[in-house]
Design a protein around this ligand. Sequence first.
Ligand SMILES: [Zn+2]
Length: 332
Amino acid sequence: MSEAPHLTFDLEKPGVSKGDLVVPKGADCEALSLPVFSLNKGEGPRLLITGGCHGNELEGPIVARRLIEWLPEAQTCGRIIIVPVLNPPAVQAFTRNTPIDGLNLNRVFPGRADGSATERIADAVSRILLPTADTIFDLHSYGPGWEFPLVNTTHPVADPGLMAKTIRMAEAFKLPMTLIWEHPETPGMFDTLAQNQGKVFICPELGGGEVGAEALAIYEAGVRNGLIALGLVEGKSDYLTFRRQNSVQALETRRSSDELYSPARGIFEPRCSMLDEVKQGDLIGVLYPMDSLTADTIDVLAPGTSIVCGIRSGSYVEVGEFIALLGRPLNR
Ligand SMILES: [Zn+2]
């Protein structure tokens, strides 16, 4: 009988605590220790901040570490728990999925105590960390191969009260874009598990795959704006300048019409940038089939008036691969 997942310290202790979330060993690997920071200032909101769910998205772990250094002098009430790296084997390998079992941590929630490494991490997080918080900031990035603005994403939530609360929280980050993303029914997401328990779940994403100083500064400022909105720290939040814009747009994207897929295999060349406005028939990108020079290049056109939320960088794509995400102003 293996041990149960547990924390190596008492969360109720006032002030700063540092320790580990222990994920028990299983058939495929030894026990994992996920470093956990907690700052308990008594009454107030209960927040959980997580990074490193996907191992090739390093902005989250970096911003989480910066917050750990900053919060002891800034936090005025409530409790913030921070886990910079949810999936240490994936972060160490710089892979989206866990190298031990090949699984995507954000597809196996609530996990299994007797499952493989990724499932055991999800089980420990679901049982030990999730119950401690009313609000979760799960820090992601869109990863390599995409041009994607710094955006807070949320999927539509069935409960209208929770949906409104989630959008308000997402917009409080004052990032360049808030995106309500209609998503295919994807089982096992951390978001869904938390939302089904009535919690506000916020997921910042940033595209590019390269960790740059400017984008990181905006990312961190956005999270701090979120903390101010929750009342956990004092201060005045500001709109963040990104690509010379300091406006915030709330957009929604529909799965049926706003996700564009490659019509053939070949090299995709983007012809517009994120946050561009496009009209029906405007050129989004060009697909060059490389298997034969008799195959014509294919124009990928905008199906309607929309804003480019994210676009694939120049890359070789297979037929049916996701190449662009469009959106339209949120219909409130
Ligand atoms: Zn991710």
